[in-house]
Design a protein around this ligand. Sequence first.
Ligand SMILES: C=C1C[C@]23C[C@H]1CC[C@H]2[C@]1(C)CCC[C@@](C)(C(=O)O)[C@H]1[C@@H]3C(=O)O
Ligand SMILES: O=C(O)CCC(=O)C(=O)O
Ligand SMILES: [Fe+2]
Length: 364
Amino acid sequence: MALDAEKGARHYIFDSSVLSAQTSIPAQFVWPEDERVRSVDELDAPVIDLRSFFSTDAAATRAAADAIRAACTSHGFFQVVNHGVDASLCRDALHCAAEFFRLPLVAKLRAQQRPGSLWGYSGAHANRFAAKLPWKECVSFHSDASAVDYLASTLGNDFQPMGLVCERYSEAMKKLTLSIMELLGVSLGLERERRYYREFFEDMEYIMRCNYYPPCPEPDLAQGTGPHRDPVAVTILAQDDDVEGLEVFAEGTWRSIRPIPGALVVNIGDTFMALSNGIYKSCLHRAVVNRVHERRSIAFFVCPRGDKVVRAPEELVGPGHGPREYPDFTWAELVGFTQSRHRVDQKTLQCFVHHLQSTPDSSA
Ligand SMILES: C=C1C[C@]23C[C@H]1CC[C@H]2[C@]1(C)CCC[C@@](C)(C(=O)O)[C@H]1[C@@H]3C(=O)O
Ligand SMILES: O=C(O)CCC(=O)C(=O)O
Ligand SMILES: [Fe+2]
């Protein structure tokens, strides 16, 4: 651990290979007791086979939509298989991420996330937060610019192949996102031809974030990613298939998620909760760590184009659904709120709405 002297900044830099080898963890990594209650059981969530949806089989699509609706009105979590993303592309992306995190700390710091940016490398978010640090490292890419250029300019041309894999992976995820959006619309009772959500996300933005959770000497005190709801619309997550860590809060308890080889996880986020007029629940989840195994995941965070107004379709408002639950907002406002005012947690959307309603004319 060292104090970063750059421009007098007073944040710590952690080297996970050093931390993992110690017998106890620094105090900044210890989470409050109520946020680390253990999981009791596995979550029984639907695994949706997208093959039937792609083949427009009406009965199978109805069954898939019903299972999604049941999951999303309750906890906001399901998985998809036969999703059309090449298994080798997912493997390559997880592999590139693994190679990146194995670099010496000085190299990773060349790609370090700058204040106010969602791009680049972050170790434990120690440059942003002083306590409840997550036991993880991340590297993120954003739809605003090319991952190839970012990696080549920060780490050198040897990292172009990793950039290319990230770009191919993001393209595949964007395509899958549009199918998931169409299916979410059907599951909410909209006609398949209506395509409200699919069209809304045609010009989506995204953040691709590779997470690395090193082994932790005191896993019961720490969190890999603390309890939160993703502020985005949906998150599509690929994960190592031999190490558990993801947990979802459902029916009053934390439930573990057993990785299914080849499956991708789908979480409903705050923005989709607003887009469904509160019918679908933003998934409360976290990632726990363990003493022995490292774990990797890649989150593909789906966001609307920054300036688009987030608003549930008329069909989901009024008779049979209740009044409009959320004020209009843009993703640019919500993301600004999470970076400058409110560390993402389980109440982000609630606090954001309160903020909008108490300062109606100011941007977040
Ligand atoms: C808008 C965002 C904030 C976070 C990155 C994107 C999408 C998800 C958010 C996050 C990953 C949710 C968990 C907590 C968080 C702090 C993290 O661990 O990285 C969140 C991101 C962030 O605020 O940078
Ligand atoms: O790594 C995981 O399993 C979950 C990560 C997560 O929730 C996030 O990055 O938002
Ligand atoms: Fe998350």
